[in-house]
Ligand binder design. Structure first.
Ligand code: ADP
Ligand code: MG
Length: 445
C-alpha cells in the first residue's frame, strides 16, 4: 500500500469514529493522537499515554483492522509511541486568545495553614504524604491521578491544599484549580442556567492541575458525573495532574464503572488513623502554635482518649487554650478531664488473657498457638513465645507463676528472662516495637 493511501485510511478511520461517538469522547481520546510515521506497511501513532493506546485498542480494534493493513496475526499494523510529557511550562500558560476567566463561584481559596510544613507525619500518613509531595514536585509526571481516601478529619483536605500551595509556589506558570465536588456541581448548574457551559468546559479543560475534594458527593448525581468524567479524561490525556479525595476507595463509590476505572489508573492511597505517638505529636504541635504548654503526660492522656479524628484533637486544644487564657492555669490532667468532658472517649478495656495474647502473637508472627505453648527452641517459634511472655507480664496483673504455667507449664524464671530480653530489645529495635504496639492494639480492639 502506498504511504499516501495509508494516511488516507487513517483519516477515514477518524471520520468513521467521529460519526459513531460523542464529541467529548472524540476530543478526549482521538484528537490527542498524532501520526508520527507512515511506511508502506504500518503506521506509527504518537499517544499521550498508555490509556489512549488501550482505549483505541479496546474500543476500535475491529474497525482499525478494517481500515488499516493487518499483520500476520490479524492485528492492525500500528506501532505506538508514548509522547514525552511536555515540560511543565505548558503552552496554555501563554494563552493566545483571550484568557478564560475562572467561574466566580468556584473560586475556592486554599486554607493558608494547610501546607506540607504544617502536616505532622506518622506511620498512618507517611506514604500518602510522600505521594502528595511527589505529585506537587512533578505535576503530571508521577502518579496521575492521585486518589487519597480516608475517614473524616484525617487530613485529606489538608494534603490537597498543600499540593495546591506547593504548585502555586514552585510552578508559578501552571494553572491550578482546587474545588470541592459541590463547587463543581454548583458551577455546572450555574453555567447551564446562564448558558455558558462551553466557557466552563473550556476553563476546566485549560487547567494544568485540578484538585477535587470529596468526590463522594458526585454519587447519584448522574448528569454531573458524565461531565466530570469528560473533564477528567480530557485533562489526563493531556498529562495534566488530577488529585482527588474521597471518604472511600474508588471501588466502594457508587459511580459508573468508567469513572471508577479512571480513578484507579494512578495511585490510590489511604490515609489512616494516626497512632498514639503521632496524635501526641500533632497535639503538641498545635498547642505550640497557640502558645499553649501541655505537659507530655497530659498530652498522652488526651491523645489516648481522642483517637479517631485529628479535627477533634484540634478542638480539644482550642478548648484548653480558651480555658487557660481565661483562668491563667497550667494544664494538668485533672483540668484536661474537666474541661474536655464529653470529648474524651473511654473504651472499656477488654480483659486481656494469656489465650488472647497467644492468638494475637500467633497471627502477628505467623506461628501456631500450639507451638507457642510447646517447647521448640527454633528461633521462629522461640522468639514470638518470648514476645508473648513479655506482653503477658506487661498487660496481665497476675502472679508470674500463674502466667508462666498458662504457657504450657513454663517456670516463672523463664518468663522473667523473656520479659527482660524483649524489654531491652525494644529499645533499639524499631520493627519489634511496632510489632508489639500493633499486637497490643489488636488485643484492645
Ligand atoms: P479531612 O479532609 O480528611 O476530613 P482535614 O484535612 O480537614 O480532614 O483535617 C482536619 C483538621 O486536622 C485540619 O485542621 C488539619 O489541619 C488537621 N490535620 C489532620 N491531619 C493532620 C496532620 N497529620 N498534621 C497536622 N494537622 C492535621
Ligand atoms: Mg475534607
Amino acid at each position: 500500500m502506498l504511504t499516501q493511501d495509508l494516511e488516507q485510511c487513517w483519516i477515514e478511520f477518524l471520520a468513521f469514529v467521529k460519526k459513531s461517538c460523542s464529541n467529548a469522547e472524540y476530543q478526549n481520546w482521538l484528537a490527542p493522537i498524532n501520526v508520527l510515521e507512515i511506511t508502506t506497511e504500518s503506521i506509527t501513532l504518537e499517544v499521550p499515554n498508555v490509556f489512549v493506546r488501550e482505549y483505541l485498542l479496546d474500543n476500535y480494534k475491529r474497525e482499525l483492522a478494517h481500515f488499516l493493513p493487518t499483520r500476520e496475526n490479524q492485528e492492525p499494523a500500528i506501532d505506538f509511541v508514548i509522547a514525552e510529557a511536555k515540560p511543565a511550562t505548558i503552552e496554555a500558560a501563554v494563552v493566545k486568545d483571550e484568557p478564560i476567566a475562572a467561574p466566580a463561584i468556584i473560586d475556592l481559596k486554599l486554607n493558608r495553614s494547610y501546607t506540607f510544613d504544617h502536616f505532622i507525619e506518622g506511620p498512618s500518613n507517611q506514604f500518602v504524604k510522600s505521594a502528595a509531595l511527589g505529585v506537587a514536585s512533578r505535576p503530571g509526571k508521577s502518579y496521575n491521578p492521585l486518589f487519597i481516601h480516608g475517614g473524616v478529619g484525617l487530613g485529606k483536605t489538608h494534603l490537597l491544599h498543600s499540593i495546591g500551595h506547593y504548585i502555586s509556589d514552585k510552578h508559578k506558570k501552571l494553572k491550578v484549580q482546587c474545588i470541592t465536588t459541590e463547587g463543581f456541581i454548583n458551577d455546572l448548574v450555574e453555567s447551564l442556567r446562564s448558558k455558558s457551559v462551553d466557557q466552563m468546559k473550556k476553563f476546566y479543560r485549560s487547567l494544568d492541575v485540578l484538585l477535587v475534594d470529596d468526590i463522594q458527593f458526585l454519587q447519584s448525581r448522574l448528569n454531573f458525573e458524565e461531565e466530570f468524567c469528560n473533564t477528567f479524561e480530557s485533562l489526563i490525556n493531556q498529562n495534566k495532574q488530577i488529585v482527588i479525595t474521597s471518604d472511600k476507595p474508588p471501588s466502594q463509590l457508587k459511580l459508573s464503572e468508567r469513572l471508577i476505572a479512571r480513578m484507579e489508573w494512578g495511585l490510590v492511597a489511604n490515609i489512616g488513623i494516626p497512632d498514639l505517638e503521632t496524635r501526641v505529636a500533632i497535639l503538641q504541635y498545635k498547642a505550640e502554635l497557640k502558645g499553649l504548654k501541655i505537659p507530655s503526660q497530659v498530652a498522652f492522656f488526651i491523645a489516648e482518649h481522642i483517637f479517631n479524628n485529628v479535627r477533634q484533637l484540634e478542638g480539644a486544644i482550642n478548648r484548653l487554650s480558651a480555658y487557660s487564657g481565661l483562668m491563667g492555669f497550667d494544664i494538668t490532667q485533672e483540668i484536661a478531664e474537666n474541661t474536655l468532658g464529653e470529648m474524651l472517649q473511654y473504651v472499656p478495656h477488654k480483659k486481656v488473657t494469656v489465650d488472647s495474647i497467644l492468638k494475637s502473637v500467633s497471627s502477628m508472627f505467623n506461628v501456631r498457638v500450639s507451638d507457642l505453648r510447646g517447647t521448640s527452641r527454633q528461633k521462629e517459634v522461640a522468639f514470638p513465645r518470648q514476645v508473648a511472655m513479655y506482653l503477658a507480664k506487661e498487660l496481665i496483673n497476675d502472679s508470674l507463676m500463674k502466667l508462666a504455667s498458662a504457657f504450657g507449664g513454663k517456670t516463672h524464671s523463664t518468663l522473667l528472662h523473656s520479659w527482660n530480653k524483649i524489654r531491652k530489645q525494644i529499645e533499639s529495635d524499631e520493627t519489634l516495637r511496632r510489632q508489639i504496639q500493633m499486637t497490643k492494639q489488636n488485643l484492645e480492639a
